[in-house]
Design a protein around this ligand. Structure first.
Ligand code: SAM
Length: 280
């Protein structure tokens, strides 16, 4: 019988955020796969857990992924942790989950700290619909293409960013969305110097040009205002049907085309075309 993969979230700053279930899973797993074993060892020492650690990170993930997979297939239980937060969100855990799923291994995610959700919830921006965009690429070309694909995005957008790239990224965001666009910069979440700056892109650029950014950041950017489509009335529909029929179209075809053009139900357009003009 094969074992299981557990995704175990770890604190993004405040060590008190480890949950009893996360701790229990780390204690009971046969081994722990960690992004940086030195970082995870500190946490395990803090929790008083002694467990065999396997490194699993971006540059060894294809080889180590197979090793981990084989161990799980032979019946062992693996707990995957990243440096901080929820494994598989913007870290190599994503690939291990896919490999396990492809081999029919049960993957169990334990809910817990995650920078994207923590930031969104305190951003003060709409949370009903959002999209997580991870890190922007360091390549100028793909970064531009990524941002251009978001130029009309109406959902709240969330980005991860490192402090030394923050100003460049804010400039690129302002070039794409305009300086007036609202942004919440969530820094050092759950840590001593946690800070949320709710401002605009232009003001954020001015602020961080004067105060060099320090610490870890999540950027929450307001979506574009939705483009209001004018709602067509039955008079509009009747007028358009009449216009098309005057051009030689049958009523049936004119109704069909008008319904499509004005985004109205066909029966509404048909009734309108009869009631508004036939009695004249
Ligand atoms: N898997 C993790 C998660 O979703 O929580 C994130 C891993 S990603 C490699 C690291 C990025 O998460 C950082 O560059 C930063 O953008 C964000 N982050 C992590 N901890 C943070 C914190 N305490 N405050 C603000 N941002 C944080």
């Amino acid at each position: 019988m094969s074992g299981m993969l557990y995704l175990v979230p770890t604190p993004i700053g405040n060590l008190g955020d480890i949950s009893p279930r996360a701790r229990e899973t780390l204690e009971q797993a046969d081994f722990i796969a960690a992004e940086d074993t030195r970082v995870s060892l500190k946490l395990l020492n803090h929790l008083g857990i002694k467990k065999s650690l396997v490194s699993y990170y971006e540059h060894n993930k294809s080889f180590k992924g197979t090793v981990i997979l084989d161990r799980i297939l032979s019946g062992e239980t693996c707990a995957l942790v990243s440096d901080a937060g929820s494994p598989a969100i913007s870290d190599p855990g994503e690939d291990l989950v896919r490999m396990c799923a492809e081999h029919g291994i049960t993957v169990c995610a334990i809910p817990g700290p995650c920078a994207v959700i923590t930031a969104l919830s305190i951003s003060g921006l709409p949370t009903g619909r959002f999209c997580f965009e991870g890190f922007l690429s360091t390549s100028k070309k793909s970064r531009k293409a990524h941002l251009e694909s978001l130029s009309a995005e109406t959902r709240t957008m969330i980005f991860y960013e490192a402090p030394h790239k923050l100003l460049n990224t804010l400039q690129d965001l302002a070039d794409t969305f305009g300086g007036d666009r609202k942004i919440s910069l969530c820094r050092e979440l759950t840590k001593l110097h946690e800070e949320v700056v709710r401002t605009t892109l232009a003001e954020a650029i001015a602020h961080y040009s004067d105060n060099p950014p320090k610490g870890e950041f999540v950027l929450v950017v307001d979506g574009a205002a939705p483009i209001e489509k004018p709602v067509a009335t039955t008079d509009d529909a009747a007028y358009r049907v009449q216009e098309l029929m005057a051009g030689g179209m049958s009523r049936k075809d004119a109704v069909k085309q008008t319904a499509k053009e004005l985004d109205l139900p066909k029966n509404v357009v048909y009734d309108a075309s009869l009631s508004n003009f036939e009695t004249e």
